[in-house]
Design a protein around this ligand. Structure first.
Ligand code: BGC
Length: 556
């Protein structure tokens, strides 16, 4: 039961949402794995930080083949993380502090441990149980050739053969069989899941790989990988972003709207930006992640283009934009910004995942500029927090944490590492448990160590250390989130010309201004009302001198 005013159906439009990766946030029972009671125990911390909502990455029963994105039971809590009763306690602890809760729904695939997949294996070919997944005969006279040469997201083939000779599709790890969204059981079961959490009082849903669910694999033979990649993604692609996926979301939207206030939803849809409004409109999920900044350099020209474009997309679809610099799938932004910019392909996308080459610890690879990376991260964060729309922050970014590269092969958990035979180290480096204290067992994460080892330098970035430092990232985030309330009265901004390509400035309707110097030469701006700055600045004679790689907020 939500405690929020029923009329506040729009709370999400400019919310600051804090992403919790539950297994690495706080461990209350001392088993080395973060848990639900751990989140409850940190409710005051979240309130003091000033976030409007938390989004919980999956906490459901899972074999952890993909950090919980392999769900074995969608309507329960992993016993290692607690119980439904613990979940309810957490929900009321957060609600009573005015913090909403968003849960992650993973509809493209289940875990291979899910009762449906186990039943499908037993029931055999042609059975209704198999029809809930995507099973197919192989090629060749005995069907022992793989149905297609497609490559799964974490590397390796997209098809795995089962004992009786059929093959099943998995766009991710083999432990994540893709569901068949043409099957009515699948549709009905997810509606049940959504209602289950909405009835418990959950305020919103993050929809994992929202663009993938519905597929058309009726062709025989299947296209090759090369042919598949060449098909335009325009609503008719066999696999991605098919127009029919919107029928699923229209049905979900009707369910969300039965609640008061309506439940919000945000799509994780990796689609071309002109197709984003299909997900981010009031008849569909309502909001969609904008990941453009995850792929951008710390560069004024790129930031300006991305902001202008996404604000106009959001306005056109009746949604609000989202701003994201870090999440559980990418190298943390202070680290990205402390490394050389990645080379870019002809279409402007980074040629390699930013930071991967450094994570390999190649002795000839780039050296991380820790201080500069963090300085830029502070400037970029305060820039996006001044924008209209909602901001998603990832646990630990408020501490200025860098990516952890010091993990041994034997400590890695990400399927990417195993499926690429170590060629890509994967995403574990941003999933190391948070440092709450400067020293002590697992830096206050739990009483008995942590499922990933924390490096020595974590103490410097701990909550305890940063509490006592007025200039710390934690104190900066708190101040920004508190001041931001004054900006949330409108959803617009206007660019201010600065006379420099490497300096961006914009004004909100209440007269507040945000000025970011992406360059290295100082920039002087006439004001004597600096409300916040990402680095110390001096105001003299009615002017603030903004040093390089610094943002200031100016009160109206
Ligand atoms: C999630 C990943 C996950 C994948 C498969 C994503 O986009 O964010 O962490 O591995 O979906 O579920």
């Amino acid at each position: 039961m939500s405690i929020f005013p029923a009329s506040d159906a729009n709370w999400w439009r400019q919310a600051v949402v804090y992403q919790i990766y539950p297994r690495s946030f706080a461990d209350a029972n001392g088993d080395g794995l973060g848990d639900i009671a751990g989140i409850t125990s940190r409710a005051d911390y979240l309130q003091q930080l000033g976030v409007d909502a938390v989004w919980l990455s999956p906490f459901y029963p899972s074999e952890l083949a993909d950090g919980g994105y392999d769900v074995a039971d969608y309507r329960n809590v992993d016993p290692r993380l607690g119980s439904l009763a613990d979940f309810d306690k957490m929900l009321s602890a957060l609600h009573s502090r005015d913090i909403r809760v968003i849960v992650d729904i993973v509809p493209n695939h289940t875990s291979d441990q899910h009762e449906w997949f186990q039943a499908a294996l037993k029931a055999g070919r042609g059975s209704p149980e198999r029809d809930r997944y995507i099973f197919r005969e192989g090629k060749g006279p005995n069907g022992d050739e793989i149905p297609s040469d497609w490559v799964a997201s974490f590397g390796g083939p997209s098809w795995t053969r089962v004992e009786d000779g059929q093959w099943y599709l998995h766009n991710f790890a083999p432990q994540q069989p893709d569901l068949n969204w043409s099957n009515p059981d699948v549709r009905a079961d997810f509606v049940k899941t959504i209602r289950f959490w909405a009835d418990r009082g959950v305020d919103g849903f993050r929809i994992d790989v929202a663009h993938m669910l519905v597929k058309d694999l009726s062709m025989d033979p299947l296209p090759t990988k090369e042919e598949l990649d060449a098909i335009p993604v325009d609503g008719n692609h066999p696999m991605w972003d098919r127009d029919e996926v919107q029928d699923v979301y229209a049905q979900w939207r009707a369910v969300f709207n039965e609640y008061d206030p309506p439940r919000m939803a945000v799509a994780e849809a990796w689609v071309a930006s002109d197709r984003v409004p299909r997900y981010a409109n009031p008849h569909s999920l309502g909001q969609s992640f904008n990941f453009d900044l995850l792929e951008a350099d710390f560069d004024a020209v790129q930031f300006r283009r991305i902001v202008t474009h996404n604000l106009s997309l959001a306005a056109g679809s009746g949604s609000s934009s989202t701003w994201v610099l870090s999440n559980h799938d990418v190298v943390r932004h202070p680290t990205r910004y402390g490394l050389p910019n990645p080379a870019r392909r002809a279409d402007g996308k980074p040629a390699i995942k930013h930071g991967q080459e450094w994570l390999q610890r190649d002795p000839d690879g780039p050296v991380l500029q820790r201080e500069q990376g963090l300085r830029r991260a502070r400037a970029a964060t305060t820039f996006i927090l001044g924008l209209p729309g909602s901001t998603y922050i990832y646990q630990g970014e408020e501490l200025g944490l860098h990516e952890v590269y010091e993990l041994d092969s034997s400590e890695r958990q990400d399927p990417t590492f195993f499926r690429t035979h170590g060629e890509e180290v994967g995403r574990d480096g941003c999933r190391v448990p948070l440092p709450w204290t400067a020293s002590g067992t697992s830096h206050g994460f739990g009483a008995n160590g942590s499922h990933f080892p924390q490096p020595d330098w974590f103490g410097k970035y701990s909550v305890e250390t940063e509490e006592g430092d007025l200039e710390s990232p934690l104190r900066m985030y708190r101040s920004a989130l508190a001041l931001r309330k004054q900006l949330e009265t409108s959803e617009t901004m206007e660019w201010i010309e600065t006379g420099r390509d490497d300096v961006l400035a914009f004004e909100r309707p209440n007269g507040w201004k945000v000025v970011t110097n992406f360059g290295t030469e100082p920039y002087a701006y006439a004001t004597d009302t600096v409300a916040l700055s990402s680095e110390p600045v001096f105001v003299e004679n009615g002017k603030v001198e903004i040093p390089g790689e610094t943002t200031v907020w100016i009160a109206g």
